[in-house]
Design a protein around this ligand. Sequence first.
Ligand code: FES
Length: 381
Amino acid sequence: MTDDNDASIPKEPAVSHDESGRAVATRDGEHALPERFENPGLPPHVHRQGDHDEAAAKRSERQVAALFTISMLATVLFVVAYAMIGKDDDVTLPILGKVHALNVALGVTLAFSLLGIGLGAIHWAKTLMSDEEVVEERHTLRSDDEARAGAIKVLTDGAESAQINRRPLIKYTLGGALGLFAIPLGLQLVGGLGPFKGDVNDLRTTLWDTGVPVLGANGKPEMKNGKVVTRPRRLMRDPEGTAIRLSDVTLGSVFHVLPEGINNTPEPSNEKVKAAVILISLQENKIKSARERDWGLDGVVAFSKICTHVGCSVGLYEQTTHHLLCPCHQSTFDVTEDCKVIFGPAKRPLPQLKIEVDDDGYLYAPHGFEQPVGPSFWERG
Ligand code: FES
């Protein structure tokens, strides 16, 4: 039950409307809204110092040019940093701690390069370009020829008002800043096309393709015809770094493996992400492929651990089905049949590493993988 006289319920104002339905006044005549608001017009135009003082305009011009010059210098420094700073060089910064020097240098120089162009353009617009407010009346969508000619005139006048021709210093420094700014974009594009042949990131070669030096009785590498004598790399447990004997590999066991001597290379982490291998022992009669059996030893087989989809580590082995599973997107590889893909987005089998056993009973790889490891890439062949 509600009481019409209840003072706690706010009353709706009685509003009257005009023909178009617009509210114009309350019925009691109070707070009437005007039918039309007056156009307040534009505030009076205030001239800037540079509008009447050529010395101030010149000063602004130099400031704009200085900002564009800062952008150019930053772009040049970007290129120098890209060429000179190593990918593994670190630098310690307050708050951030230890970070990659190359990332910091590229980020800071790119920021100054963009800031210089942005601040220069804003300062130019605020101090030198015309600041007269103009009103454009509405017109039909397709302008008539006269209006179109007018638009061209406005654009021409705009270019004149920006003083681009009168201020060659700005014209050239802006051209330089914008022109040089294209270089970092191109550099990143070209840099992203790799890895190039011979690069440590080149997926066609891994540490298994090279040997380790044979040490003589004096503990120094043996030399023959002026060259260091090498032998194939042994399979080492990851992370213990100990060599694996064939007799250690019991039926059903799995070993995570890295090549011997990997920690003595200049870029061990880059080598590890390419050369990681999984060693599996299964009953030899379960292996369906003669080639796979041939590249293994009594049912012990080794495959690249780098997923051929996008390079995650394929480390989950299902012993009863002999399936290797990649945890990233569930690509599944059949170990009994050349590690072919039986499920998931990967497009090609995991490359196999041929293994043999030396006189001391240790496993070694006589040569590297026949196929590039990891994700497919267009020039893989
Ligand atoms: Fe292995 Fe995607 S990286 S399935």
